[in-house]
Design a binder for this molecule. Structure first.
Ligand code: ACO
Length: 448
């Protein structure tokens, strides 16, 4: 199969959200900390009628309907998520309800999880399947679904929620350059979920930032090295049109791209202009560790990177800034923002993606974009996703109400024998919602 990759995409995020400016004031944080300091505008969250299963049911149904895909044509279904609802039964098996109705139970794949990386693992599994000798000619389907919630404190504004579905097959408008990949995997306790009674992670915020930036550097080095072996010249930022990052919050994306600029400078000082050379020069002799601690380097490199950031990264930031960290869906929500903003203008361009999951696992990989045809064209994908419409029809909650819902969800997590309010007034038609968890922890959903 040629040009294996993503044929179609859809995204769902809850209509319930809170403005970061309001949360900032409510939390007593200094003005601008969440909006400028973290770079976030708004944050989506699940109310008591939604969860990672309902969101994934909604997005899969929507993708199949909007692109007119026969459910019998799906041969592999992979889910990436780090929101544990059941330690054994995968989210994928809930989604089988959609396919059983059509008599299709011949679908491989289960859930993948490692923090925010599970979606990428799921995506690679599907792409590899289509490229392999076990491929049976049908589509792969990848679902990234997460509800990112944190305990009260500095991490809380870096939450979010969404589910994304991606249809995988040959002759795709979004094709993988499978040879161009670099990974970095290591053992770290930067963010993890050892307390199975709580949905909240244990997080070492500062360590997670450093781990993320080290992974950016290492993956970029590996990817550059592979590029050089293939093309006979070093990879620089000029070799791709756009760079898309896993986006826990926008400030980290700014810092990450600035690291790439610094990497290019270290690789070949002549690859940057005179002003940049002057600004970055003083940091050229720092050791790796020192460079992560240097606030001056952080500031200088962000300053130098600013014009390139505006051109190569800014168009990828809309949904992550508006919806928040969606864990496994976060990188793909950034990529979707790019398609929303540039759609058919992306044809012929290379886009580099960076996926990070704490603990830690990270990969930087490359996509080649083409116009595509019919329903599987970049312009149709942008139209179907209707990002602007979905963002506009949201409902903003005041912080007090948000905190109240978080408290209720803390009690509901892992609980049994309850019915929800079944209040679907904010949900649009076609949205799945949770109605009940019975005495055997079995979960029941309905469609509005
Ligand atoms: N106006 C403008 N900027 C401000 C203001 C203000 N009033 N106040 C603070 N800031 C800036 C700070 O200078 C800092 O920016 P800088 O790093 O460029 O200097 C930024 O706002 C954040 O402030 P901090 O004091 O560093 O924030 P804090 O430590 O309280 O929390 C953190 C931030 C660590 C990211 C926390 O939200 C967290 O733990 N989040 C979850 C972990 C996470 O997302 N890690 C990312 C990778 S792992 C993953 O994806 C889950």
């Amino acid at each position: 199969a040629n040009n294996v990759g993503i044929l179609a995409i859809d995204i769902y995020f809850p209509p319930t959200c809170i403005q970061q400016e309001a949360l900032e004031a409510h939390d007593g944080a200094s003005k601008g900390k969440y909006t400028i300091g973290l770079g976030q505008d708004c944050m989506a969250f699940c109310s008591e009628v939604e969860d990672v299963i309902s969101m994934s049911l909604t997005v899969v149904t929507s993708l199949l309907e909007k692109y007119e895909i026969d459910p019998k044509q799906i041969g592999r279904l992979e889910v990436g998520s780090e929101t544990v609802i059941d330690k054994s039964k995968s989210i994928k098996t809930f989604l089988m309800q959609i396919f059983e109705k059509y008599g299709n139970t011949d679908i491989e794949g289960v859930d993948s999880s490692n923090a925010c990386y599970g979606g990428t693992a799921a995506l690679f599994n599907c792409v590899n399947w289509v490229e392999s000798s076990s491929w049976d000619g049908r589509y792969g389907l990848v679902v990234c679904t997460d509800s990112a919630v944190y305990a009260e404190g500095p991490a809380r504004p870096t939450g979010g929620a969404a589910a994304i579905a991606m249809l995988i097959g040959p002759d795709a408008p979004i094709a993988f350059e499978s040879k161009l990949r670099g990974s970095h995997m290591a053992h770290a306790y930067d963010f993890y979920k050892p307390n199975l009674a709580s949905e909240y992670p244990v997080v070492d915020g500062k360590l997670s930032q450093t781990c993320y930036l080290m992974a950016v550097d290492t993956c970029y080095k590996h990817l550059s090295h592979k590029y050089e072996k293939l093309e006979g010249k070093p990879f620089t930022l000029n070799d791709a049109e756009y760079f898309v990052f896993h986006s826990p919050y926008n400030k980290l994306v700014q810092k990450s791209f600035a690291r790439l600029v610094f990497n290019d400078y270290l690789k070949d000082p002549s690859s940057v202009d005179e002003i940049a050379k002057e600004k970055l020069g003083p940091f050229a002799t720092l050791s790796g560790d020192e460079s992560y601690q240097s606030r001056d380097l952080e500031k200088a490199s962000q300053q130098v990177a600013k014009p390139l950031f505006d051109a190569k990264v800014q168009p990828t930031t809309l949904v992550p800034k508006q919806v928040g960290n969606m864990y496994t869906a976060s990188l793909y929500a950034a990529f979707i923002s790019l398609i929303h903003n540039k759609h058919s203008a992306l044809a012929g361009k290379r886009v580099i993606l960076f996926s990070y999951g704490s603990g830690l696992t990270a990969t930087m990989f490359s996509l080649q974009l083409h116009d595509g045809q019919g329903p599987f064209s970049l312009s149709n994908i942008a139209k179907v996703m209707d990002i602007a419409g979905k963002l506009k029809s949201r409902h903003e909650f005041p912080p007090e109400k948000f905190v109240e819902i978080m408290k209720l969800m803390e009690h509901r997590y892992g609980a049994k024998e309850f019915v929800t309010s079944k209040d679907t007034s904010l949900l649009s038609p076609g949205t799945y919602y949770l109605t009940e968890v019975d005495s055997m922890y079995r979960r029941f959903y309905e469609k509005k």
